[in-house]
Write a protein that binds this ligand. Structure first.
Ligand SMILES: C[S@@+](CC[C@H](N)C(=O)[O-])C[C@H]1O[C@@H](n2cnc3c(N)ncnc32)[C@H](O)[C@@H]1O
Length: 288
C-alpha cells in the first residue's frame, strides 16, 4: 500500500528554503516535541480550533506536533468502506477492526499510548492530562457511527477515554478537547505557569470565583477582601470559596479531597492509581 495521506501541522509542514536540506531540517526540539497523531475519517477537521490562540502559537513554534491520518486510506475494498453492520443486529454501523488496526499500526511507534475517545471510556481527568504531558505524545482514535469493533480495542490494548457523560456524533471534538487539555500543560505553552498550579483540579478542588475591574458592576461589588491587598487573607478567602463550591457542585471531588493524604507525593500516587485503576496499561498487548 502506498503511504497514506497525512495532514501535518506546525513546524513539520514543508517550508521552501534555499538552504541545503541538512540545515533545513527541523531542530531537535521540534522532532522530539510532544506529538499527537489523530486517526479519523475526517482529517480535514484538524487542527481546527487547535490552530488558534495558545495551542496554535505553540504549534507554530514547534512546542508540539500534530498529524491527522485518514482511516479511510486503510480501507481495502473499492468503496473504501470503514464500517459494517453490527454483529447480532441493531441500528447503525460499526468501524471495522481490519481497517482501524491498519491505521493504528501505521501510526504506532512503540512509545505513545493509543487512546480511543469513547463515551464508554474512563472519564478524562486533569491527572491523566498531566501524565500524558510528561510523556512523548498520544495516538488518538476517533470513532464514528456506533463506535469501533471491540476486537481492535482489545488486540491493540487501547485505552478508552470519555470527555463526559453525554454522546457526541464523533471522536474528533473530544480528541481536540483532550489535546488542548494536555498541550496547555507542556513547558512554554502558557505565559504564566503559575495559573496551572492554581486552577480547578490542581489541588483536588474547583477554583474560587474570580473578579476583575470595575470594582462595582450593575450594583454587584467585588468582595472587599480581594481589594484589600492582604495576601494571607485573600489566600484564606480563596481556599474557603474553593472548598464551598467543590462541596456543593462536586461532592465526588470533595470526598476524594478530604480522604487525600497530607503528603503531596503520596497524594499524587493515589490520584494516578485512581486514574488508572483497572486498566492493564496502554501498551501491554501491543508489546507482545
Ligand atoms: C455516536 S458515538 C457512539 C456511541 C456508542 N454507540 C455508545 O453508545 O457508547 C460515535 C463516536 O463519538 C465519539 N464520542 C461520542 N461521545 C463521546 C464522549 N462522551 N467522549 C469521547 N468520545 C465520544 C466516540 O469516538 C464514538 O465512537
Amino acid at each position: 500500500m502506498s503511504a497514506p495521506p497525512r495532514l501535518s501541522h506546525g513546524r513539520l509542514a514543508v517550508r521552501p528554503s534555499l538552504k541545503p536540506r541538512a540545515l533545513m531540517d527541523d531542530p531537535p526540539e521540534v522532532a522530539t516535541a510532544w506529538a499527537a497523531t489523530v486517526l479519523t475519517i475526517f482529517p480535514g477537521l484538524f487542527p481546527g480550533p487547535l490552530a488558534e490562540s495558545l495551542t496554535g502559537q505553540a504549534l507554530a513554534k514547534g512546542l508540539w506536533r500534530l498529524d491527522a491520518l485518514d482511516i479511510r486510506a486503510f480501507a481495502r475494498d473499492k468503496h473504501r468502506s470503514v464500517d459494517g453492520p453490527p454483529a447480532g443486529g441493531g441500528p447503525g454501523m460499526v468501524m471495522r477492526p481490519d481497517v482501524v488496526s491498519a491505521a493504528i499500526d501505521s501510526a504506532w511507534d512503540g512509545v505513545r499510548p493509543i487512546l480511543y475517545l469513547s463515551p464508554r471510556g474512563r472519564p478524562f481527568t486533569q491527572a491523566r492530562a498531566a501524565e500524558l504531558a510528561r510523556g512523548k505524545g498520544a495516538i488518538l482514535l476517533c470513532g464514528r457511527f456506533e463506535g469501533v469493533d471491540q476486537r481492535v480495542l482489545d488486540g491493540r490494548a487501547v485505552e478508552e477515554v470519555s470527555v463526559g457523560d453525554f454522546v457526541m456524533t464523533g471522536g474528533e471534538i473530544p480528541a481536540m478537547a483532550l489535546i488542548d487539555g494536555v498541550v496547555r500543560l507542556l513547558p512554554g505553552v502558557l505565559g504564566n505557569a503559575a495559573s496551572v498550579e492554581e486552577e480547578s483540579f490542581a489541588g483536588g478542588l474547583l477554583e474560587a470565583p474570580c473578579y476583575t475591574r470595575p470594582p462595582e458592576w450593575e450594583g454587584r461589588a467585588t468582595p472587599e477582601v480581594l481589594l484589600s491587598g492582604h495576601h494571607a487573607r485573600i489566600a484564606d478567602w480563596r481556599k474557603a470559596q474553593a472548598e464551598a463550591v467543590t462541596k456543593e457542585r462536586r461532592p465526588d471531588l470533595w470526598r476524594a479531597h478530604v480522604a487525600r493524604p497530607a503528603d503531596p507525593d503520596e497524594a499524587r500516587e493515589l490520584s494516578d492509581a485512581q486514574t488508572f485503576a483497572g486498566t492493564g496499561g496502554p501498551m501491554k498487548e501491543h508489546d507482545q
